[in-house]
Design a protein around this ligand. Structure first.
Ligand code: CTP
Length: 468
């Protein structure tokens, strides 16, 4: 007997009884059943999928009536209905045979049996279902060996993978996403079909691709998924800049590191440290512009001068193409990409307070995340080197803290306002006000004057003649 939370069991029983009363079979299918056998906390599940042999809409209407719930949405053209019940989204669909035309996402839908419905699903582990009708309550239907695949930790399609992926090419991304989330391997035939059909991803919208990609990015070890995305050829379909990071050149016996695998190590490091989606994106993007800035210099070897600034310049373009947001979250990633080399330049003891102050000013509230990215960027295999670099960053962080305590530069605001400057210069708005403001800002950042109104005002009186 299935062992599920009481609130789900009572709901499932009501759904089964309702289906019986209108002579329909109903099954719970997909993520709920899969996660149950994976021993995942199903109490946290919010979306539950049901399939019925007959009309999904009619069944949902009957259930909504029994639940005295009017939060039902009907999608006639898809033959589906959704009930919002407490915190749950209950999705009902009539079992069907479904096939997509090659040139469009619009399916041709016909009514079908439970078996037909399970056949058209993406993966064996997602095609498990339990009957909910009284008498057969909790009986498992597993026509494709989904339970065995869960035990063997394999991702596999129920039918010929080429057919499954042809029906909906997004499933190639889903296969990799599930493999990454569950740490499963992808079955050889399924893997070969993805390699063959990767170009078909072009008919899928960037939003759906990004949704899967971000789920991969948010796993504990995202490199697992990116490796698969690269091996199958999917990555170059939507993110060619990242694939361009691959490869190592050698000149005069000197090699640079492979920036693709390095980026993935940085991403894993950020993930391990609990970084959120945007810090993870900063890790993905931090070296993205290395290929066009690569040079070989006989004295210093390989260099990538300016890849930080160019990477920041590329960030909005790449975000737009991938369907990522262009708001403050993009600006955050762009800032970290632009500044990711700066803390390394500050490790020497000779570095002045003013250089530290400038970095705090430029990074603002992102200074801690910037330091986290820099630490993740240390991917040397030499333990002694790693220790040395970490110690260097400890020192930079300590100095940041000291300067911050005295100067409070993090959310810096010029202590003198534009109006103050206009009053002192006895003039109206104009570009000169901006220039004077910058001069005061530089004097504070360079440590010429303290960061307060009194000192800044005195300084303004001193320099004002130069601007009259
Ligand atoms: N499905 C499919 N092909 C897709 C998307 C979904 O066959 N491209 C089927 C799968 O059987 C899946 C079910 O529809 O289990 C529900 O899809 P979804 O809610 O997206 O995924 P879940 O499996 O519930 O898993 P998760 O919520 O973790 O994404």
């Amino acid at each position: 007997m299935i062992d599920i939370p009481k609130k789900h069991k009572e709901l499932f029983e009501l759904i089964g009884e309702t289906a019986d009363s209108i002579d329909q079979q109903v099954y719970v299918v997909g993520g709920y059943v899969r996660d149950y056998y994976l021993n995942k906390p199903i109490t946290e599940i919010t979306d539950i999928d049901f399939v019925t042999v007959g009309s999904g809409i009619h069944l949902a209407q009957e259930i909504a009536r029994k639940l005295k719930n009017n939060k039902i949405s009907i999608f006639k053209q898809f033959g589906t209905a959704q009930i919002k019940h407490k915190k749950l989204d209950l999705e009902f669909v009539g079992a069907r045979k479904e096939s997509y035309r090659r040139d469009s996402r619009k399916p041709i839908v016909e009514d079908g049996t439970l078996q037909d419905d399970q056949l058209r699903r993406d993966l064996t582990i997602n095609a498990l279902s339990w009957c909910l009708n009284p008498g057969s309550f909790g009986v498992l239907h597993d026509p494709f060996g989904g339970i065995k695949d869960l035990q063997d930790k394999v991702v596999r399609t129920p039918i010929d993978p080429e057919k499954t992926f042809d029906d909906d090419p997004l499933r190639m991304m889903r296969a990799i996403r599930f493999a990454t989330q569950l740490h499963f391997r992808i079955d050889d035939d399924t893997m070969n079909a993805i390699k063959k059909m990767a170009p078909r991803l072009s008919i899928i919208s960037k939003e759906r691709i990004l949704d899967e990609l971000n789920k991969i990015v948010m796993t504990p070890q995202p490199s697992f998924g990116f490796k698969l995305l690269h091996e199958t050829g999917l990555l170059k379909e939507f993110f060619p800049e990242m694939v361009n990071l691959l490869g190592v050149d050698e000149k005069n016996g000197q090699r640079h590191k492979d920036n693709f695998w390095h980026t993935l190590e940085v991403l894993d490091n950020v993930a391990e440290a609990g970084g959120d989606l945007w810090l993870r994106w900063a890790a993905i993007m931090h070296d993205i512009a290395k290929p066009p800035t690569k040079r070989f210099d006989n004295h210093v070897g390989w260099t990538f001068h300016g890849h930080d600034a160019l990477g920041a310049k590329w960030t909005p373009k790449i975000f737009r193409r991938l369907g990522l947001p262009l708001d403050d979250r993009m600006k955050y990633v762009q800032k970290l990409v632009r500044l990711h080399l700066r803390p390394i330049a500050l490790v020497s003891d000779e570095v002045s307070d003013s250089a530290i102050r400038r970095l705090i000013y430029e990074a603002g509230n992102e200074i801690d995340d910037l330091m986290a990215l820099c630490r993740a960027d240390i991917t040397s295999k030499n333990e002694w080197k790693v220790k040395k670099f970490q110690n260097n960053f400890d020192r930079v962080e300590k100095r940041i803290q000291e300067v911050e305590e005295i100067d409070e530069m993090r959310n810096w605001k010029n202590p003198v306002s534009g109006q103050d400057i206009m009053d002192v210069l006895n003039t109206g708005p104009g570009p000169v006000i901006g220039r004077v403001k910058d001069r005061i800002k530089d004097a504070i950042l360079d440590g010429e004057i303290p960061n307060n109104h009194e000192a800044a005002h005195q300084y303004l009186l001193q320099i004002k003649d130069q601007y009259l």
